[in-house]
Design a protein around this ligand. Structure first.
Ligand code: HEC
Length: 396
């Protein structure tokens, strides 16, 4: 009996990551919506910025928001922070289990940068920490006072990171790292700014001092950033399932990511405006722009891949290519020690199997270069083109 412990641990962590992420994003969406839905009226208590009514679960909720804090501390106060912390912790654990433990399969692409695993892991950590430090500096320097200038700078930070990451890591790892570094910024916003500021406000209240309103404003700015970054992060986290996104290869990964960040931000803007009571023209432009961005991405990717070849090769040659580059992992009994079972349940050991998995093989090895994972066997563009040409002439 062999137990694939790493797979089990990875599954448990992924489960936790998903659940914590859903809880975090759920509360984030809810509170931004709540902020946008606040309305004022005469007769609200002193310090109340606005109120909101909603109905759910068989009753009515009546929420009031105090601009900074109420005059006296409530006896019971609920915090929302563990969702963010556990999302980051489980995400980082997943990064370690997948990308660090199997760095040569997942993180490194020797055709791009032939890094030693330890160097690649160091680079991964440097990106996560470095981009967060730069973000923090941007928010705190004079740029941080202008919403537009700050938004542009943070966008530039993400795109430059994307460019650099696609130069040194496999596409899959690079896209995931852009998601991870944005996720790190978002969690750090909660851990370093939002919660500590709220704690200071609470401490002031307890001590009978008037809390500094900039603490609340700063926390609000960070939670708005988190709100706009949510949709792009989610797509980047799923990107490994859609390797067509990598069709541009190293020179163009940053542009694909730019499309994703912009489209996600614009869609989020629609909901924020809508929940804030906006109507008419204020809501008219976001979806058309998001659709244009998505179409732009789709057509851009179509101009990138796949690798084409006009060489026709024999069945034997096609199987030879697959045996050389895929069968080490995609066999009933993988030779590659990192796998105890064929990854994704896909065994590529016969012409018949290639027929069955035709579309998937095209997507993974021809349209994109996602496979072979880590390309340790050095599959060439010619081989990809020839395999693609052969697959296209096969009847499904
Ligand atoms: C180093 C091991 C390794 C090699 C070599 C390899 N693969 Fe994979 N393959 C994997 C792993 C791991 C997965 C699961 C990916 C994931 O975690 O999402 C996978 C998944 C797949 C999938 C399923 C993707 C999906 O979820 O739809 C296809 C198709 C595939 N590989 C094709 C190939 C082809 C074609 C080759 C050779 C050109 C190849 N692989 C070489 C490890 C490998």
């Amino acid at each position: 009996m062999t137990i694939p412990w790493l797979d089990w641990i990875s599954l448990m962590i992924r489960w936790l990551h998903l659940v914590a992420g859903i809880a975090w994003i759920g509360t984030s969406f809810y509170f931004i919506w709540l902020d946008q839905s606040l309305r004022t009226r005469a007769g609200l208590a002193k310090g109340v910025l606005g109120e909101s009514w909603s109905v759910h679960g068989g009753g009515f909720y009546h929420v009031q928001k105090y601009a900074v804090a109420p005059e006296v501390m409530p006896t019971e106060l609920h915090w929302f922070k563990y969702e963010a912390y556990f999302t980051w912790l489980s995400g980082f654990a997943l990064l370690v289990v997948t990308y660090y433990f199997s760095a040569s399969s997942y993180l490194i692409d020797p055709g791009r940068a032939d890094l030693a695993p330890i160097t690649a892991i160091g680079a991964s950590l440097a990106f996560l920490i470095g981009s967060w430090l730069i973000y923090e500096a941007l928010c705190r320097c004079p740029i941080g006072r202008s919403t537009a200038a700050l938004a542009l700078s943070v966008f530039a930070l993400i795109i430059v990171s994307a460019y650099l990451l696609t130069q040194i890591f496999s596409d899959r790892a690079a896209f995931l790292h852009v998601g991870a570094l944005i996720g790190t910024i978002m969690s750090a916003n909660v851990f370093v700014v939002i919660i500590p500021n709220q704690k200071k406000v609470v401490a002031d209240l307890v001590a009978g001092n008037t809390p500094n309103p900039t603490l609340g404003a700063q926390a609000k700015q960070r939670s708005l950033h988190n709100n706009y970054l949510t949709l792009p992060v989610l797509l980047l986290m799923m990107s490994a399932h859609y390797p067509m996104l990598y069709s541009g290869g190293a020179p163009w990964g940053w542009l694909v990511i730019a499309f994703i960040v912009l489209a996600g931000g614009v869609i989020r803007h629609f909901f924020n405006t809508h929940h804030g009571g906006g109507h008419g023209l204020a809501l008219a432009w976001q979806w058309p722009l998001a659709v244009l961005l998505a179409l732009g991405l789709i057509f851009f990717i179509a101009t990138r891949g796949p690798v084409v070849s006009t060489n026709t090769i024999s069945d034997t040659r096609a199987l030879q290519i697959v045996t050389a580059h895929c069968a080490g992992c995609h066999a009933a009994q993988p030779i590659n020690p990192a796998f105890s079972a064929p990854p994704g349940g896909i065994v590529l050991d016969s012409i018949d199997a290639l027929h069955r998995h035709r579309e998937q093989v095209l997507a993974q090895a021809v349209t994109s270069q996602a496979m072979p994972l880590g390309n340790a066997s050095g599959m060439t563009l010619t081989e990809r083109g020839e395999l693609g040409q052969w697959l296209k002439t096969q009847k499904p």
